[in-house]
Design a protein around this ligand. Structure first.
Ligand SMILES: Nc1nc2c(ncn2[C@@H]2O[C@H](COP(=O)(O)OP(=O)(O)OP(=O)(O)O)[C@@H](O)[C@H]2O)c(=O)[nH]1
Length: 264
């Protein structure tokens, strides 16, 4: 095992600045995203939950300290309000459940969305396709070959795992995601600020829904709002943002956050 969750290893001294990696987990309801988050996998992991369902931890991957943030998104059946993760993540884990054809179909929509986003922004963000619930293989609705083929179509790595039973393999996948993100960051070292944008589409851009049949996604918000309008601390103000996870799970419609502060 190349690292210990939550415990920086000997050798990752304070002199080395951790690499910051944001990882978003996408997938249909019930695919196992929450189960896959290290919070669910390892109770000793030091998690800081500031934005609902975004977790962070100090990791060591290939002897390099990494500050890893994981966003467990909560779309219902199709991609929604995507800009909150499209512009935030350095890598994506697209998850389906091997015992659910519907979740596999949704993972195709997510990969399509990511490909469109990469095309529109001219920025490639790595994605990994993950077939979860391998322990349910006797109820398979999706073959491994189909997973391999879908991943091949979008040029992403593919894994089958069981979030319930195989912690080490899941951890390996997270580390692969970090490696993929690191490769991209080395090519283009501009790191994106963690920023919660208000859900507001600019009037001159048609939403993705209209153009590509995907649910309520706009690609433009952060690139125009956060990068140009990132306020100084003195200008920071309270804003209310929607949390789809809160809406779907905890029935709380909104979260109030301090806009302008680096959250972690
Ligand atoms: N057998 C099995 N069940 C799993 C596995 N991963 C998740 N589950 C179960 O599948 C159900 C859904 O898992 P979640 O992690 O909540 O799925 P989610 O994608 O976060 O779903 P939403 O929160 O609705 O978006 C739960 O009952 C989990 O216990 C797995 O690897 N094997």
């Amino acid at each position: 095992m190349s690292s210990v969750f939550g415990k920086p290893r000997a050798g990752s001294g304070p002199q080395s600045t951790p690499l910051e990696v944001n990882l978003a987990i996408l997938g249909r309801r019930g695919a196992g995203k929450l189960k896959l988050t290290p919070k669910a996998l390892c109770l000793t992991w030091l998690t800081i939950c500031v934005v609902e369902d975004t977790y962070s931890s100090e990791e060591t991957v290939d002897h390099q300290p990494v500050h890893l943030r994981v966003m467990d998104t909560a779309d219902l059946d199709t991609p929604r309000n995507c800009e909150r993760y499209l512009n935030w993540a350095h890598a994506f884990l697209v998850v389906y459940s091997v015992d659910s054809r519907q979740s596999f179909d949704s993972s195709g929509s997510y990969l399509e969305l990511l490909a469109l986003h990469a095309k529109e922004t001219q920025r490639s963000v790595p994605a990994l396709l993950l077939g979860n619930k391998l322990d349910m293989a006797q109820y398979r609705q999706v073959t491994k070959a189909e997973g391999v083929a879908l991943a091949g179509r979008f040029g992403c790595l593919f894994f089958e795992v069981s979030a319930c039973l195989d912690f080490e393999h899941v951890q390996h996948v997270f580390h692969e995601a970090v490696r993929e993100a690191r490769r991209e960051l080395e090519k283009s070292p501009l790191t994106r600020p963690l920023f919660i944008s208000e859900e507001r589409a600019l009037p001159h851009q048609a939403p993705l829904t209209a153009r590509h049949g995907l649910a309520s996604c706009t690609f433009n918000t952060l690139s125009t709002v956060s990068l140009k309008e990132m306020p100084t601390v003195a200008q920071a103000k309270l804003v209310t943002v929607k949390s789809s996870r809160a809406q779907s799970k905890r029935k709380a419609p909104t979260l109030t956050l301090l806009k302008g502060f680096k959250i972690f």
